[in-house]
Design a protein around this ligand. Structure first.
Ligand code: ZN
Length: 155
């Protein structure tokens, strides 16, 4: 059924389908009382895909595979989890979770990890995000999660 389905009782736009005298007919919200409701809604509800929602882009993004990066760098440096955790003042199970990517380190922790292991945990796309956001604003659009995904894939 298309968008312009009419209520079979009063002719207004139908939103539902009801069983009236044995037949399934489109009806509006008001006329549904003449029958028994069988479905809702007939008219497809336009749902916004979450990806198209405007987002406040974070200035910094953790690199993909940050957990493995931390773990490999730690092992290459010859630290046990316990040793590294003590070095940067976090708990060992916290570090374990970061390495398993069950936990995203906050910026302070990430910076300490970068410093302790000589790695880079953030992507350098903050500037590109800013440029794209400015550009989109100029044309009256929102910067969306989809744009961010696109930017990440380009890098
Ligand atoms: Zn009606």
């Amino acid at each position: 059924m298309g968008k312009n389905v009419e209520c079979q009782v009063c002719g207004k736009p139908a939103a539902l389908e009801a069983l009236i005298e044995g037949a399934r007919v489109p009806v509006c919200e008001k006329c549904v009382r003449f029958g028994r409701i069988v479905s809702r809604p007939v008219v497809p509800v336009k749902r916004q895909a979450p990806l198209k929602k405007a987002v406040e882009a974070p200035e910094k993004l953790l690199v993909q595979g940050f957990g493995a990066l931390v773990m490999n760098a730690r092992e290459a440096a010859g630290f046990s989890r316990d040793e590294l955790a003590k070095k940067i003042f976090i708990r060992e199970h916290e570090l374990a979770k970061i390495e398993e990517e069950k936990l995203r380190p906050d910026e302070r922790t990430a910076r300490k990890l970068e410093f302790a292991l000589g790695i880079k945990l953030y992507e350098d796309i903050g500037l590109e995000i800013e440029m794209m956001r400015t550009e989109k604003k100029r044309s009256g659009k929102d910067f969306t999660m989809a744009d961010m995904v696109e930017l990440r894939e380009e890098t």
